[in-house]
Write a protein that binds this ligand. Structure first.
Ligand SMILES: [Zn+2]
Length: 306
């Protein structure tokens, strides 16, 4: 179990208990009944027989007072506190409204979404009773906490947290770039599991050779090991690619040219062995000190893939 990465201040109190193995499945909100900084809130939990897991102040800082893995002494209801992560929000005005600033509420939404994600809570629901998994102090004992203003914002907070949970789905944005395109194609075409990181490393290289060997086997009946190592048997299996040929072998050659910095600006990796590819092969052959004929034969394959 972990604590939130949003924490900027930690001052653990000894005022806590055990969750007794209970899984976290809810969040309970409180107001501080004052405009306390995270430090001052921490001090309260050292003197008073009370605590919360987190506190948020008007500088948008998050304090940690009780590890999430432990039960805070927050609601005077042990069964709630064993299940809940308790959060104290600073006010920016006093009674009777006990107003809470948008800054603090927004930080609270962020923190709640983070708690939900890390604890596998799929949705926050607030229905005004402890049947929901967003609860407040006055559901358990007679108290003004969380104050009328925060009370009026609970549905809003649950809705905003749920939007974050729906939109976040931990998919990191797709990695883009020509090498990523090649990695994706290798994975989908050959069923590989190359990490798509747009970096041409040893694993991607090995799979380029494997794919080539696979194509030789299925197209040319080569019967070579698909081991990702360009050895003598792979070399002797190489066909000669010439103008007008097309297919996956040409695509692999084109990909290798692009990876090595030979641009195919007009047609890209179109799997057709046309003039643009031939010119790139000629440049490569010249650099690699091979005979410059624009054909992709055994020696050119070898220099490209090993
Ligand atoms: Zn409270």
């Amino acid at each position: 179990m972990s604590n939130s990465k949003l924490v900027n201040y930690t001052d653990l109190t000894t005022h806590y208990g055990s969750r007794n193995g209970t899984k976290i499945d809810r969040i309970t909100l409180h107001h501080m009944a004052g405009n306390l900084a995270v430090e001052a809130c921490g001090n309260v939990f050292k003197t008073r027989e009370a605590s919360s897991n987190y506190g948020i102040d008007n500088d948008e800082r998050v304090g940690l007072y009780v590890d999430e893995s432990n039960r805070a002494w927050s609601t005077a209801n042990p069964s709630n506190d064993r299940r809940a992560v308790n959060i104290e929000l600073a006010n920016d005005s006093g009674a009777p409204d006990w107003h809470v600033s948008d800054k603090v509420i927004n930080k609270c939404i962020e923190l709640c979404a983070d708690i939900c994600k890390r604890n596998g809570i799929l949705k926050l629901s607030y229905d005004g009773t402890e049947n929901g998994n967003l609860t407040v102090h006055n559901m358990f004992i007679s108290t003004t906490c969380p104050g009328p203003y925060l009370q009026s914002k609970l549905s809003y907070i649950a809705d905003e947290v749920n939007k974050k949970l729906e939109n976040s789905d931990d998919r990191t944005p797709p990695v883009e770039g020509i090498t990523a395109t090649i990695q994706n194609t290798l994975n989908s075409r050959y069923g590989y599991n190359i990490v798509v990181d747009n970096i041409y490393g040893p694993d991607t290289h090995k799979h380029m050779v494997k794919a080539l060997q696979h194509e030789f086997n299925i197209q040319l009946g080569s019967k070579i090991a698909e081991d990702g190592i360009f050895g003598p048997r792979t070399k002797s299996s190489c066909p000669v690619l010439r103008s007008g040929m097309k297919g996956n072998i040409t695509w692999l050659v084109q990909s290798m040219l692009v990876i090595k910095g030979y641009k195919l600006d007009k047609y890209g990796m179109d799997s057709v062995y046309g003039n643009e590819t031939i010119n790139a092969i000629k440049k490569f052959q010249s650099t690699a000190k091979l005979s410059v004929d624009g054909l992709c034969g055994k020696n050119t394959f070898e220099k490209l893939f090993s």
